[in-house]
Design a protein around this ligand. Structure first.
Ligand code: DX5
Ligand code: ZN
Length: 226
């Protein structure tokens, strides 16, 4: 039985002059999670925002705040993001030498623990941490920016990770270039959570966002049935 399809719009693509309204809009438009892309200008060649953004949007929505830390080091900041209101905290396998310790620390903070893999990182990094995970976030673009082209080679990695997960209670999320055209490929490979920034935050307001979210969800669910 496939895991339910979940859509996690990335606020990186939102209108930051109206961030609260934009989060309220995707909530009303039926998103499942809110994906929060934290970038430090060191681990990735772009700077976005820190825990202050999680703090700002927390009171606006009850949806899961799916915080993607594209930062190195990550350990010194985990508590900040937990206190700010993150529900899931995802660190990059490439962010430092102590992935197992980072994942334990996230769970010790009472949050769900995720790991993200850049497109060039092999799934073998997961071998000894699978039982510390609630989420695996597979990058289908090189992290740092929204609006990039999806990397099709990632589909094989998703398939292999799905097999590694077995019957563990782990969500498999794909992030980058997700559209109604690309999400089905990833759903067929075993992913069930889809991050979408530019494919959701185009068009205007709740009605536009709802139709974008629904298009991705319907396409992914159809592919799960195939
Ligand atoms: C990239 C981020 C992604 C990105 C998704 O580093 O992790 O979440 O914002 O944006 P789109 O959906 O436009 O590729
Ligand atoms: Zn992301």
């Amino acid at each position: 039985m496939p895991r339910p399809v979940l859509i996690a719009p990335s606020i990186l693509a939102a209108d930051f002059s109206r961030l609260g309204e934009e989060v309220r809009a995707i909530d009303e438009a039926g998103c499942d999670w809110v994906h929060v892309d934290v970038m430090d200008g060191h681990f990735v060649p772009n700077i976005s925002f820190g825990a202050i953004a999680v703090e700002a949007v927390r009171p606006v929505t009850k949806k899961v705040l799916d915080v993607h830390l594209m930062i190195a080091p990550c350990d010194p900041y985990l508590e900040q993001f937990a206190k700010a209101g993150a529900d899931i905290i995802t660190v990059h396998a490439e962010a430092g030498p102590h992935l197992d310790r980072s994942l334990q620390a996230i769970r010790d903070l009472g949050k769900k623990a995720g790991v993200s893999l850049n497109p060039g990182t092999p799934e073998s990094v997961l071998d000894y941490v699978l039982d510390r995970l609630d989420l695996i976030l597979v990058m289908s673009v090189n992290p740092g920016f929204g609006g990039q082209a999806f990397i099709p080679a990632v589909a094989d990695k998703v398939r292999r990770i799905k097999a590694m997960i077995g019957d563990r209670n782990i969500d498999l999320e794909v992030d980058g270039g997700m559209t109604p055209q690309t999400a089905p490929l990833m759903a067929a490979a075993g992913a069930n959570v889809f991050v979408a920034g530019s494919a959701v935050y185009t068009g205007e307001g709740v009605a536009g966002y709802r139709s974008n979210i629904t298009a991705i969800r319907d396409a992914a669910e159809a592919a799960q049935k195939d």
